[in-house]
Design a protein around this ligand. Structure first.
Ligand SMILES: Nc1ncnc2c1ncn2[C@@H]1O[C@H](COP(=O)(O)OP(=O)(O)OP(=O)(O)O)[C@@H](O)[C@H]1O
Length: 264
């Protein structure tokens, strides 16, 4: 579904601030793969997502999504088929618009279908059904402005917006890191349910090693712009936090030094 062919990115080349953020990254994801991504600060995780979503263009290498070369495709075009959530619940939805208006916008972006001012009963019912799946009571608050929701509710709505029309790829950039533990758990559970039900190819950056091992079917670890570990199948089934840290030490020749990394 997604193939990265040796992608590289250096910021501020030729200056004192030169920083090689991605170094010749290659990766292939099968349809329905759910890959969790961990790594120390500055490892290149968000830059990887920025390259895939078209926020920046790669210096070299190629990106193929569902058989299409999207290496130089504009960000807004990629957004039709790539869903992305950020750590900040304020990103991704319009606060002054209601829940149903936000969903309508996402629906139009994904389908190209114009809903217009008079939203039809059919669309409203579709949105209501989708919201009910979140089990947060939001289906009865469709006229509430998104800016009035809590961080967790808002992140759940953004998740719904990103998956209303099934994306070819879903990028989750620490999307639960700013939420309190109980809400984070709930949003992770919802994420898992939606991803599994729709069989969405997903990449999720997390600083929680336990979540990284529990969710999805593959875990990659990044360090200094490279993928240094790629764990799947039997090897992943038997993986523990301790073993993973040991693997990191062996592969990078250093101890994982990261204040934000949650080991359990
Ligand atoms: N727009 C940019 N301009 C200049 N340098 C950048 C830019 N974006 C990222 N970098 C640099 O690229 C490197 C990788 O950053 P990136 O944000 O991808 O790391 P990360 O693994 O997501 O880290 P974190 O876990 O701290 O979010 C860092 O050294 C960062 O300072």
């Amino acid at each position: 579904m997604l193939t990265l062919n040796g992608i590289s990115k250096t910021f501020h080349p030729g200056t004192v601030n030169e920083r090689a953020a991605l170094k010749n990254i290659s990766l292939h994801l099968q349809p329905g793969d759910f890959v969790t991504i961990i790594g120390s600060n500055g490892a290149g995780k968000s830059t990887l997502f920025n390259m895939i979503s078209g926020n920046f263009i790669v210096d070299s290498g190629g990106i193929i999504l569902d058989g299409q070369d999207i290496t130089f495709m504009k960000e807004h075009k990629r957004a039709k088929v790539i869903g992305r959530l950020f750590q900040d619940p304020l990103k991704g939805s319009a606060p002054s618009m209601t829940i149903e208006e936000n969903l309508a916008l996402a629906y139009m972006r994904g389908t190209g279908f114009k809903i217009g001012f008079g939203m039809q009963k059919k669309e409203k019912n579709f949105f209501r059904e989708k919201l009910a799946q979140l089990d947060l009571g939001l289906e009865d608050r469709m006229k509430t402005k998104v800016g009035l929701l809590s961080g967790g509710q808002r992140q759940a709505v953004t998740l719904m917006m990103s998956t209303l029309v099934t994306p070819k790829l879903l990028l989750l950039d620490e999307h639960t890191a700013a939420l309190d533990p109980a809400t984070a758990e709930k949003v992770l559970q919802i994420t898992k349910e939606i991803v599994e039900a729709e069989h969405i190819t997903t990449m999720m950056i997390t600083h929680n090693i336990q979540s990284a091992l529990e969710l999805g079917n593959r875990t990659i670890m990044m360090d200094e712009g490279k993928i240094i570990l790629d764990i799947k199948g039997k090897e992943r089934e038997g993986m523990t936090t301790e073993k993973l840290l040991e693997c990191f030490k062996k592969a990078s020749h250093k101890v994982l030094d990261n204040d934000r990394m949650l080991l359990a």
